[in-house]
Design a protein around this ligand. Structure first.
Ligand SMILES: [Zn+2]
Length: 115
């Protein structure tokens, strides 16, 4: 499952960072998962529950931001809210638009508790 491998890579990154900071507990993690990042949220939450079970992140609070998808037309410069990576410009119907945001998949911040 795609989402489980994403979760495992987040867990891995956070665990390394926790060790680096010599912290005992990760209190919370904040993620940016863009609206068109391709992540299925229901599957993500399910994978998260499974992925953190019996790890140090089991009790970690998870906050997820969903940055909206924004695109900019390469022809007329119109910016608009996109529903996929392949939306055409609503003004001139140019199919080539730059995605400005919405594909994010990153750890925005994490807070740890040191003993
Ligand atoms: Zn346009």
């Amino acid at each position: 499952m795609h989402e489980l491998s994403i979760v495992m890579s987040i867990v891995d990154t956070v665990e390394k960072e926790r060790e680096k900071q010599q912290a005992d507990t990760v209190e919370s993690i904040e993620l940016d998962i863009g609206m068109i990042s391709g992540v299925e949220m229901e599957a993500f939450y399910f994978a998260w529950e499974a992925g953190v079970r019996k790890t140090k992140l089991e009790k970690t609070r998870l906050k997820i931001n969903r940055p909206p998808a924004k695109a900019k037309c390469t022809e007329c410069g119109q910016t608009f809210v996109a529903t996929s990576s392949f939306d055409a410009c609503p003004e001139c119907e140019n199919p080539f638009c730059d995605i400005l945001s919405g594909k994010e998949l990153r750890i925005k911040r994490m807070t740890v508790i040191k003993n």
